[in-house]
Design a protein around this ligand. Structure first.
Ligand code: SF4
Length: 348
């Protein structure tokens, strides 16, 4: 074992973060391993989402679908509803597709190597490496943003990310502990998340500070080096919340392709980048006494969206497929975060 891995794993044995999908180091030492289903589910959820948010979603999924076969038998709409609020809804659809493939073609067992895992729907390099290392002890490098940061600082990598990822991969291949690749991967993630943080890393208590080339340096926060971000474009539109006398809201489903495909929403205009797009009450799907509510802003991966929110009381359903949903049942619907913001504004 390298001195890097030794120090890291020793630190991890007493500082591992407690997460419901993990096997703690003392249980790992007794031979216990995390279930591939649990690693897969948590890693898919953790992409771009905070651990604190994922915890509740993960527990909800595991309670509802305790095994991958249960998830394969589920209805895609139910998966989207359980996923609502996590964003990136194509991941939820891929989750369901992947469960179907693993159940139908692999007898309910995930393949053990990163290369074969990558052939499954929705599993990219990172998730494949995580499952292979954590669930199956395969000696592969697992590189997320935390790991990039630790390695970029430790070695003072001047090349820009994401291109520099291949340098990190090469370094990790020589540093990781082939006996405990899963523990090593999780230890790196934990070190990046709790000690070698983006701002003000705690070099004083870092187990790697003796050899780290950036330890205690004033420019430590400039690693990892990245290309300056380009500004996101802005789009605008309007959302129309129709409430009937029974205290129900009119909802409809988005199309089956494109952004937020298949998710639930209130009627909206197109979301376009033109500043002369219609966002007033004249563009509403029914004629009623519309009241303008506070606008909302939501940021997607590729653009910011400003929505003018309108609310009206009406018994008339718009001329489109849809349904009335009682206000106290809205949380059961597959409403993406942007729609939850719209409803919060309209019903405040
Ligand atoms: S010594 Fe500091 S910069 Fe280096 S890995 Fe540890 S926390 Fe990060």
């Amino acid at each position: 074992m390298t001195s890097f891995a030794g120090k890291l794993l020793e630190w991890y044995s007493t500082h591992a973060r407690d997460m419901p999908w993990r096997v703690p180091p003392h249980a790992h030492a007794r031979g216990k391993r995390a279930a591939p289903y649990h690693v897969w589910l948590s890693e898919v959820m953790l992409q771009q989402t905070q651990v604190a948010t994922v915890r509740d979603y993960y527990l909800k999924f595991i309670r509802k679908w305790p095994s991958i076969e249960d998830l394969a038998k589920s209805d895609e709409d139910d998966v989207l509803k359980a996923w609502a609020g996590l964003g990136y809804y194509s991941r939820a659809r891929n989750l369901k597709k992947c469960a179907n493939v693993v159940t139908a073609e692999h007898n309910g067992e995930f393949p053990r190597t990163a290369d074969s895992l990558k052939k499954l729907p929705g599993i990219g390099d990172y998730t494949a490496a995580s499952i292979a290392a954590i669930a199956f002890d395969q000696p592969v490098a697992v590189i997320d943003g935390n790991v990039e940061r630790v390695m970029a600082r430790h070695e003072r990598i001047d090349e820009l990310f994401p291109a520099a990822k291949s340098i990190v991969r090469g370094l990790l291949a020589t540093l990781l502990d082939p006996e405990k690749p899963g523990e090593f991967a999780q230890a790196m993630m934990d070190l990046g998340a709790t000690i070698c943080t983006p701002k003000r890393p705690a070099c004083g208590i870092c187990p790697l500070n003796a050899e780290c080339k950036s330890a205690f340096q004033v420019d430590v926060e400039t690693f990892p080096r990245k290309k300056p971000k380009t500004e996101k474009p802005e789009r605008k539109g309007a959302a129309y919340v129709i409430e009937n006398q029974a205290g129900e809201i009119f909802l409809c489903k988005r199309g089956s392709t494109g952004l937020l495909a298949g998710m639930t929403q209130v009627p909206t205009t197109n979301w376009n980048s033109r500043s002369d797009g219609k966002t007033d009450s004249l563009a509403a799907p029914v004629s009623a006494k519309w009241r303008r509510m506070p606008d909302i802003r939501h940021t997607f991966t590729h653009f910011h969206l400003d929505l003018v929110v309108w609310h009206a009381r009406s018994e008339q359903a718009p001329a489109m497929d849809g349904w009335w949903c009682p206000i106290d049942r809205l949380s059961d619907e597959a409403l993406p975060t942007v729609m939850r913001k719209v409803l919060a504004s309209a019903l405040a």
